[in-house]
Design a protein. Structure first.
Length: 507
């Protein structure tokens, strides 16, 4: 049989009854077992043998049918690849048909294979591939390529890439995870020294397969390096955004507050993934506002809601919730001395389905760290569900470790709430106190008046400040919700509502 791999392949194809079109340096043939008109087997001559690709079958099966092996695709039993610095690589197949390599000579050399043939023209692009066979395969299309010794099996930093500085470099990745990692390392090593683009074959596992299959230099596909886990390109996010934009009303997880003017400011209400601070001075109604919020959302929208109170017992929370829900006098409920009218209001409320259908959960514990609260929220999410978490109030959260200044404790807690809102995809409501300074001057509060730490303002998506305006030194009977920070709409904005403190209700 001929020692020329190209002729050897042609002879075997014809002997098997295949139709062969030979163009001297490349050709095609019908695949064994297929129509004589299909020409699914293609081949191309290279300097060390022949490149073979089968479009409509398995290459190893075709070779077996032809009575050939992969070793027969080389002109000689072993192929020698000399390096300019004295390293010599020999490629051969063992008795079991497995591809093997040996190295001799200057094994510590740092030169790239074929670098001695680098063109003096700096405008000529350089292809970087994983193996010597790929270098010679690209040469059949007139391209100049180099390869590091041992391909992807060694660190790219070991080799001398300086001759490629200032060049346009195309790194061809092999189609496996190791191949991509190697291409990325080569690109990183060349860094700012060359214009690097990573490409991949249009077909097959490497550059030799791509060329054997009849593809050209322009057919390599540019690779977009994969971003770290969790990082997505904008064009990938857009697809989800379009679904979000056109989602039916039943799937739009926006939770209106009890106050329509505030909903207008907050783009419809509370949004999952965001943190809302409702702040006020003592007695201004910050707890009432938060209780009104959670009660309304849990009752009217059946959204599982957790009210976590660090200072108010659950029976006191229940008293305020009943007063608000029934429109009853909170003072009489507190004294447990309701007149006939108030008792009737309470009884009507209790006899209705509203309390039993309200998806509101309460916890009163004065010694919770923010990590404790996160754990409870995660358990809620996994069991009964969780859409809204409210904490009253954030300054009472216990330190995660002893010795921390109060400012750091509150700052850490507010940051963890922001993280929790995003990771659990829930809306988090925080009650907070305001400093007393502006109160003494009868000045409306602003976000910088938040007590303890500026981190609370920084980490919040919305800061709503409660203010009771005065007229001629007398309360007007209204409460202003001053939205001083608002990532979902305009700020500052002022929503004025009736104050119904005797019923533990705003509006």
């Amino acid at each position: 049989m001929s020692t020329n791999a190209y002729e050897r392949l042609l002879t075997a194809l014809r002997a098997a009854g295949c139709a062969v079109d030979d163009h001297g340096e490349h050709g095609s043939a019908s695949t064994p077992g297929h129509s004589l008109q299909d020409r699914g087997t293609v081949f191309r001559r290279s300097s060390d043998g022949v490149l073979l690709w089968v479009h409509n079958g398995d290459r190893d099966d075709v070779l077996e049918h032809l009575g050939l092996t992969m070793a027969d695709l080389y002109d000689t039993a072993s192929t020698t690849y000399p390096y300019s610095d004295g390293r010599t690589v020999v490629r051969f197949y063992d008795e079991r048909g497995r591809k093997r390599f040996t190295q001799s000579g200057n094994k510590t050399g740092r030169a790239l294979f074929n670098i001695e043939n680098l063109a003096t023209d700096p405008e000529q692009p350089v292809w970087v591939v994983e193996g010597e066979k790929d270098v010679r395969a690209l040469a059949t299309l007139g391209a100049f390529a180099v390869s590091p010794p041992q391909g992807a099996n060694t660190d790219a930093e070991r080799w001398d890439w300086s001759p490629l500085h200032g060049r346009a470099v195309l790194v061809v990745r092999d189609m496996d995870d190791v191949g991509l990692a190697h291409a990325l390392r080569v690109a990183a090593v060349l860094g700012e020294h060359a214009g690097v683009v990573i490409v991949e074959p249009a077909i097959g596992k490497d550059a030799a397969d791509h060329i054997a299959a009849g593809r050209g230099l322009d057919d390599f596909t540019v690779v977009r390096p994969t971003a770290p886990e969790g990082v997505r390109r904008f064009d990938e996010v857009i697809a989800d955004w379009v679904k979000w934009l056109h989602a039916p009303a039943s799937q739009r997880r926006v939770y209106p507050t009890p106050w329509e003017p505030l909903n207008e400011v907050l783009a419809g209400g509370l949004h999952p993934g965001r943190t809302y601070v409702f702040a006020g001075r003592p007695g201004s109604g910050k707890t009432i506002s938060v209780l009104n919020l959670v009660q309304h959302i849990a009752e009217t929208q059946r959204a599982p809601t957790l009210m976590c109170s660090l200072e108010m017992p659950e029976l006191e929370m229940a008293s305020r919730l009943v007063a608000s829900g029934a429109g009853a006098h909170y003072g009489q409920i507190t004294k447990r001395a309701l007149d006939e009218t108030q008792m009737r209001r309470v009884q009507i409320y209790l006899d209705s389905n509203r309390p039993t259908e309200t998806e509101l959960f309460l916890i009163d514990h004065s010694a919770l760290t923010i990590e404790n609260i996160r754990s409870i929220a995660e358990q809620m999410k996994a069991t009964v569900g969780l859409e809204i978490l409210a904490i009253d109030h954030i300054a009472l959260v216990k330190p995660s470790r002893s010795g921390l200044p109060r400012r750091e404790v509150v700052g850490h807690a507010s940051w963890q709430c922001s993280v929790m809102a995003k990771e659990l995809n829930i809306a988090v409501i925080l009650a907070s106190q305001l400093n007393r300074g502006p109160e003494q001057q009868n000045a409306p509060p602003k976000p910088s008046d938040l007590k303890e730490t500026g981190d609370l303002e920084q980490n919040a998506d919305v800061v709503a400040l409660l203010h009771h305006p005065m007229f001629e030194n007398l309360p007007t009977g209204d409460v202003e919700i001053i939205v001083g920070k608002n990532r979902t709409g305009p700020a500052p904005s002022i929503v004025t509502l009736p104050w119904r403190g005797h019923m533990a209700r705003i509006g």
